[in-house]
Design a protein around this ligand. Structure first.
Ligand SMILES: Cc1ncc(COP(=O)(O)O)c(C=O)c1O
Length: 358
């Protein structure tokens, strides 16, 4: 277990077309990514399955699709890699770091240097970097959190569109989360300009009323979360009735259950809002069914294998004498030129070819 204060450095990152040593993964201070947080980015979860010596990345293609949409809205000049290459690089980056634990891969399409507010590639540069870091141990909030309605209003589609995952947007989220923590809560829920429920600073929200699962509609000012989308699909499979609609702020006070969801922590219950206890003040049964179902999928015992991309090659195809990245310690090979094997996977990252025996 790594200390959050002093985490060990990854070995390798990806920067503008090449794997580089972690220490060399730098961009200049005079870039708009640094000066204004101008980027489009994604965070992709990788789940380490001990008994298969395998890491599975969750819904890579969907994350990369959203990355493209964010870059388009932000009018970022294109970077050099195709989506297919990005899928491959994502998996190879995890393999090169030799992780044997859950990871978070960050893919950042950034705006480089040039005249401020330029957007033409001939005027302003752009690039792409990727990092893969160990996921922090799940905090106790997995047991449940207490949140407050934020005094900060969620960004609006007519100002800084919340469906865009851009670094600069997260100042709004940061203000809300810090304020909640200063006030003694675990986190915040933000409302939109109409006073309707949006989401948490870094997560989507669901509530349950009676036996109906309810979540704010995508036009409420939310990030269109990939975990959220997955949960909507899973709820249908579990025959749970779902409503996507506007949610009044006071509906949170009368909800029977509520939970937050997002990459890295999947589903975590909300136990109170503004000190109004939700339901029995513990995880409700619909939340638990969703959490269990998603957990089975990402831990690779359940359906939806097409959501999972394996990082390492199948055990039965390993070549004798060739060190397997699954056996590589994080510090044994810090050369970005070393090419450990990783799961070759055709296409756009959907599917799970190369899965080891189970
Ligand atoms: C503002 C916001 N909403 C929702 C989410 C959840 O999205 P996803 O499930 O795609 O991680 C995130 C994830 O970081 C987020 O930043």
């Amino acid at each position: 277990m790594h200390n959050a204060v002093d985490p060990p450095c990854p070995s390798v990152a990806w920067l503008d077309g090449a794997f580089v040593d972690w220490a060399d993964a730098r961009i200049h201070v005079d870039t708009h990514a640094v000066l204004g947080g101008l980027n489009a980015y994604e965070v992709i979860a990788g789940f380490w399955i001990e008994d298969q010596s395998q890491t599975f990345l969750f819904r890579v293609a969907e994350h990369l699709e959203r990355l493209g949409q964010s870059a388009r809205v932000m009018r970022l000049p294109p970077h050099d890699s195709t989506p297919q290459e990005l899928c491959r690089i994502t998996r190879e980056l995890v393999a090169r770091n030799g992780y044997q634990q859950d990871v978070l891969v960050r893919v950042v399409h950034y705006l480089g240097s040039g005249p401020v507010f330029s957007y033409r590639p001939e005027e302003i540069s752009s690039g792409l970097f990727m990092t893969a870091k160990p996921a922090l141990a799940k905090p106790p909030i997995a047991r449940g959190i207490h949140i407050a309605t934020s005094r900060w209003t969620r960004l609006s589609d007519t100002a800084a569109p919340p469906r865009v995952k851009c670094g600069a947007n997260y100042q709004n989220a940061r203000l809300a989360q810090i304020q909640a923590q200063v006030d003694g809560y675990d986190d915040a829920v933000l409302l939109n300009a109409m006073g309707k429920v949006c989401e948490l600073p870094l997560a989507n929200i669901f509530i349950v009323r009676g036996e109906v699962l309810i979540t704010p509609i995508v036009t409420s000012g939310i990030l269109e979360g990939i975990t959220r989308r997955s949960i909507l699909e899973l709820a249908a499979e579990l025959a749970i009735e779902v409503e996507q609609r506007e949610v009044d702020a006071t509906e949170l006070y009368v909800a029977d259950e509520a939970f937050a969801c997002g990459t890295g922590r999947e589903v975590w219950p909300i136990l109170s809002v503004d000190r109004y206890q939700i339901g029995a003040g513990e995880m409700g049964h619909i939340t638990r069914r969703i959490q269990d179902h998603l957990h089975r999928i990402v831990r690779d015992q359940g359906p939806h294998r097409e959501w999972l991309s394996p990082v390492y090659p199948a055990a039965e195809t390993e070549h004798e004498g060739e060190p397997s990245p699954t056996k590589t310690s994080q510090t044994s090979d810090r050369s970005p030129r070393a090419t450990p094997r990783f799961a070759e996977q055709a296409g756009d990252g959907r599917g799970s070819a190369g899965r080891p025996d189970r």
